[in-house]
Write a protein that binds this ligand. Structure first.
Ligand code: UDP
Length: 433
């Protein structure tokens, strides 16, 4: 039952479970974003229900994160891991499960914030049978992704259409950087509302700490030169660029620490094996640590222990890792793409280099790594910049204001009689106007 004085809202995140362990193939920035935004919005007075697909029959269907903020796992297809490119067929069942939940619980969500294109499709379906306000955050854009790859999955055309529909037919798209907003305008549609609200980071957790304390905690040598990568093992993350760049700058006391990757053999097993091979081929085996998936409790120590954090992605709409690293006072060498151009200030908080350009990455990393005084200056500036611009609290307040502007009066939380429900099928004809 809902408290009478709280407005219920729904965040939908089809594949990215806000309650999941982060860092594996399908669990990254989107999971963190939805969970953190949900928690902040709950602190700001909303009742936040975050919906995701149930991927494990033994996992709880409801996870309470904090007062008024919970994850609800809905049945949509087999209760097992399914790669996101194969999930579209199960989305009609997601819509049905969501509607059943609302009816059974007597909850009505007048505002739904969807995340990723599959959730956008769900939101557009729900909008057909109710008067919801619909907001969307992309997290990844098909138009950019397919431009950079040769083999498009069968689902590509549908995804591109849904990404256009949500911009044109939703009430507002939340873009996480001016760069992403510009990409939406040039590659997706001239129509529709866009608000720019960045991603954030937990500045209490991703905090400044002394290098010696962090290295002691992790058993790393205080005299080593340490370069860090944090993220999923996905070819688009450009880990290969980082490895090859480090090969040419390695010294006796050099270490490359790679954080992320799943513990079992899911999709990223192939990328992990490929990177291991390259590490061996370029002679970095003795200098590389594969740390595996690390939780946000320990991650600040990894950032704090590193001299430089490298974010060599081919594309990044935002890139949480960059602000987490800088929040911990670690300068970032990142690809000159997407949201990284917004978060990393060249020569002030780190450096930018063209994606896949091994030599440019190598020289940028060296410039910072072998100049202790400059490194310290960048470190201070990076920390201050993140605290000023990217706290989750600030992000939560901006989103909360946006929601309030779309919902001018308190809305009853009891389910009103809906328009005749439209049976949902996973066809594009349903979403096109
Ligand atoms: N992450 C983590 N543990 C890991 C690897 C990554 O907690 O072992 C987190 C990382 O801290 C960040 C998120 O996963 O919060 C990655 O977000 P980002 O936006 O950088 O990349 P995405 O996964 O969305 O492509």
């Amino acid at each position: 039952m809902l408290p009478a004085n709280r407005q219920a809202i729904a965040l939908i995140s089809d594949h990215a479970d806000p309650a999941a362990a982060i860092g594996e193939e399908e669990a990254g920035g989107q999971n963190v974003y939805v969970r953190k935004v949900g928690e902040k919005l709950a602190q700001l007075g909303w009742q936040v229900d975050m919906f995701t697909r149930k991927t494990d029959a033994n996992a709880p269907s409801i996870v309470e994160h904090s007062p008024y903020c919970r994850t609800i796992r809905l049945k949509a297809g087999p209760q097992e891991f399914i790669p996101r490119d194969k999930l579209f067929d199960y989305m009609p069942e997601f819509v049905k499960s969501f509607q059943t939940w609302q009816t059974k619980q007597s909850i009505y969500y007048p505002l739904i914030h969807t995340n990723y294109w599959l959730s956008a499709w769900i939101g557009l379906e729900l909008k057909k049978s109710s008067n919801i306000k619909l907001l969307h955050t992309y997290h990844s854009l098909g138009a950019v992704k397919y431009q950079a790859t040769e083999n498009h999955p069968a689902i590509a055309d549908i995804r591109l259409q849904v990404e256009k529909d949500i911009l044109e037919q939703g009430d507002c798209v939340v873009s996480t950087s001016p760069q992403e907003a510009e990409t939406l305008r040039t590659m997706v549609s001239k129509f529709g509302n866009i608000e720019i609200i960045p991603c954030g980071t937990d500045t209490d957790n991703f905090r400044f700490m002394s290098k010696s304390e962090a290295r002691q905690k992790l058993g790393l040598n205080i005299n080593d030169k340490i370069v860090l990568y944090v993220g999923r093992f996905d070819p688009r993350k450009g880990i290969e660029t980082a490895v090859r760049a480090c090969a040419s700058i390695k010294t006796e006391n050099f270490k490359l620490v790679l954080v992320g990757g799943s513990s079992d053999n899911r999709l990223d097993g192939a990328e992990r094996a490929r990177i291991e091979k390259i590490v061996e081929e370029v002679g970095l085996k003795e200098h590389t640590i594969f740390a595996g998936q690390i939780g946000h409790d320990l991650l600040p120590y990894y950032y704090g222990a590193a001299d430089v954090c490298v974010v060599p992605s081919h594309y990044e709409p935002f890139g949480l890792v960059a602000i987490e690293a800088m929040g911990c006072g670690t300068p970032v060498v990142a690809s000159d793409v997407g949201g990284l151009k917004f978060t990393v200030i060249p020569e002030e908080t780190g450096l930018l280099a063209p994606p896949k350009d091994t030599e440019a990455f190598s020289s940028a990393i060296s410039r910072i790594l072998f100049d202790d005084l400059w490194l310290k200056k960048l470190s201070k500036q990076a920390h201050a910049n993140v605290n000023r611009r990217f706290s989750w609290t600030g992000v939560g307040v901006q989103l909360s204001d946006l929601y309030s502007s779309l919902l001018p009066q308190p809305v009853p939380t009891k389910v009103p009689s809906r328009k005749a429900p439209v049976p949902a099928t996973a066809s594009l004809a349903k979403t096109a106007v």
